[in-house]
Design a protein around this ligand. Structure first.
Ligand SMILES: Nc1ncnc2c1ncn2[C@@H]1O[C@H](COP(=O)(O)OP(=O)(O)OP(=O)(O)O)[C@@H](O)[C@H]1O
Length: 246
């Protein structure tokens, strides 16, 4: 029986000022999957997530979320960790929460309250400009997970968050999504999140170089981190050789 794909990417490319940032990405993610998007700085992870979320304008190819390809329809299905750059520094947390509940019909204020209590980052009356980096990231996580979305895209969600809290969040992350929802996480602390992941997708130099189930990787007696690093090294050698032949 064919499983249902929640995310389907066909030949997704993205260029900026004539520069290729994503090249022909093909990826299918089945419903319910938690997938790690891995790659070094500048590989294209954020651009891919922004393309899926419909925030990055000008992505080419087919981006399908639950059979919807339109940007408006996709935005309604996808909850992406927004940087909150659109809000002024003087905005109070409570105003941002109100904005979310007005803009996203699937935003649950109750769930937001549970998340913000759990992450414990201060009062609703605090202003965005007064939050520390970690506190702001906790706010972003709470806003993102408080939607009842089909897809959650968490782009380096633990940046600036202390290691104890990081572990606490990682341990509880799955419970904040519906069983059928897809969660895609990009993070540089691979060993910390690897226990959560059903699959990994690896991006290198604008290309998707691997997409594999973590169970298969572990069956080979390899850790996710070693698998990732091994693949990265392998590709570097290949590129060097192709350059030599040019
Ligand atoms: N606004 C922009 N203008 C021009 N180039 C950009 C812009 N944003 C990203 N890029 C380029 O696109 C490429 C991919 O960037 P992207 O942010 O998607 O990488 P990433 O994998 O998320 O990196 P990191 O792990 O550092 O967050 C980089 O080479 C970067 O220089």
């Amino acid at each position: 029986m064919k499983m249902e794909n929640t995310i389907e990417l066909k030949n997704v490319s993205y260029k900026r000022n004539q520069r290729v940032i994503l090249a022909n990405i093909n990826l299918e993610v089945e419903k319910g999957t938690t997938i790690g998007l891995l790659g070094e700085n500048g590989a294209g992870k954020t651009t891919l997530m922004r393309s899926i979320a419909g925030v990055a304008k000008g992505a080419r190819g087919v981006i399908k979320i639950k059979d919807e390809t339109g940007i408006v329809e996709r935005k309604a299905l996808v909850s992406y960790t927004d940087s909150l750059d659109g809000f002024s520094k003087g905005s109070k947390i409570t105003d941002i929460v109100d904005f979310y509940s007005q803009v996203y019909p699937d935003f649950s204020t109750n769930e937001y309250r549970e998340l913000s209590d759990f992450l414990d980052f201060g009062s609703d009356q605090q202003k965005l400009g007064e939050l520390s980096k970690g506190m702001k990231e906790k706010l972003v996580i709470s806003l993102t997970l408080a939607r009842r979305a089909s897809v959650y895209l968490l782009d380096e969600p633990f940046e600036g968050i202390d290691s104890m809290t990081r572990k606490k969040i990682v341990n509880s992350l799955i419970q904040w999504k519906a069983p059928d929802a897809v969660m895609m996480i990009s993070d540089h602390y691979i060993s910390e999140i690897s226990g959560l992941l059903d699959e990994v997708a690896i991006i290198k130099d604008d290309h998707l170089i691997a997409h594999e189930k973590t169970e298969k990787i572990r069956e080979q007696g390899v850790s996710i981190e070693d698998y990732y690093e091994g693949l990265y090294d392998e590709e570097v050698t290949t590129n060097d050789e192709s350059q030599k032949n040019e």
